[in-house]
Design a protein around this ligand. Structure first.
Ligand SMILES: [Fe+2]
Ligand SMILES: [Fe+2]
Length: 264
């Protein structure tokens, strides 16, 4: 019986280029990292805006165990039914009551029980329910499961992400930030044993402006006009993080950033 498990989290898959990179690179990455659980954020997979049922199915066929999301999840209405019917496709838990789907899931992999929670920040974002209280409520509810708890906190603000991580330090195994699409270099183990990184970055086209075609993003900035955004088709790199977690204590013992340049 092994003593540790490896959890691989991969940041926002952006458009066709990101999907292609995942298709080409995930299997090998999961093998090299000896990943027991693979979580990807899929909020930008459908040409930058949302997720479709077909793309979700393709992610699962590539070896993904859980798909998390964020503010863009509502942009393809056809995913609403999947959010209701497939417990492994999550939307942030702190959207108001009545929103389709669920923000957490409990599952078993490699004989180990995991819980994945998806939350969304409120600073410089939609003012949804308090992610701190929502997180504490779900963690409390999950306590009897004795699961290894992993959180994808989809948020803009570094302050909000660090505060939530330290608020839950020792209560959950690991917390990652997503949403900014730019990976931060602050991966670490917090004082009470929770693995943390402010943002794992995107799996999307490079060069681009957070996944958007460079010329469009620059023109938007120069003119301040609402020019329609289009996802770049440049080759994508894969960005994420790998946590090694002690099964008995459910604490993180190792953190490694994943940054694989231009997979295709
Ligand atoms: Fe995103
Ligand atoms: Fe987002």
């Amino acid at each position: 019986m092994k003593e540790t498990v490896n959890v691989l989290l991969i940041g926002d898959i952006v458009g066709q280029s990101g999907i292609r990179a995942l298709f080409v690179g995930l299997k090998d990455l999961a093998r090299r990292t000896d990943a027991d659980l693979v979580i990807v954020n899929g909020e930008n997979a459908a040409a930058g805006f949302g997720l479709t049922p077909e793309i979700a199915v393709s992610f699962f066929s590539m070896g993904v165990d859980v798909i998390t999301s964020g503010n863009h999840i509502w942009q393809k209405r056809e995913i609403y039914e999947t959010l209701e019917s497939n417990p492994r496709v999550l939307r942030p838990a702190n959207y108001p009551q009545g929103t389709p789907g669920s923000g957490h899931v409990v599952l078993e992999k490699s004989g180990v029980k995991f819980a994945v929670i998806n939350l969304q920040g409120r600073e410089d974002m939609t003012p949804i329910n308090d992610p701190f209280r929502s997180a504490s409520d779900i963690v409390k509810k999950l306590r009897s499961e004795n699961a290894i708890v992993i959180i994808d906190f989809h948020a803009e603000s570094t302050e909000e992400k660090e505060a939530l991580a330290l608020h839950l330090d020792g209560e959950v195994a690991a917390i990652v930030g997503t949403h900014t699409h730019v990976q931060t270099a602050d991966e670490r183990i917090l004082p009470k044993g929770t693995g943390y990184i402010t943002d794992i970055g995107m799996t999307g086209p490079e060069p681009s402006v957070i996944g958007v075609k460079t010329e469009i993003a620059v023109r938007r900035s120069l003119t301040q006009m609402p020019i329609k955004m289009e996802t770049s088709e440049e080759p994508a790199g894969i960005h994420g993080v790998l946590f090694t977690i002690d099964i008995a204590s459910r604490k993180t013992t190792g953190v490694r950033r994943i940054a694989e340049k231009s997979v295709i």
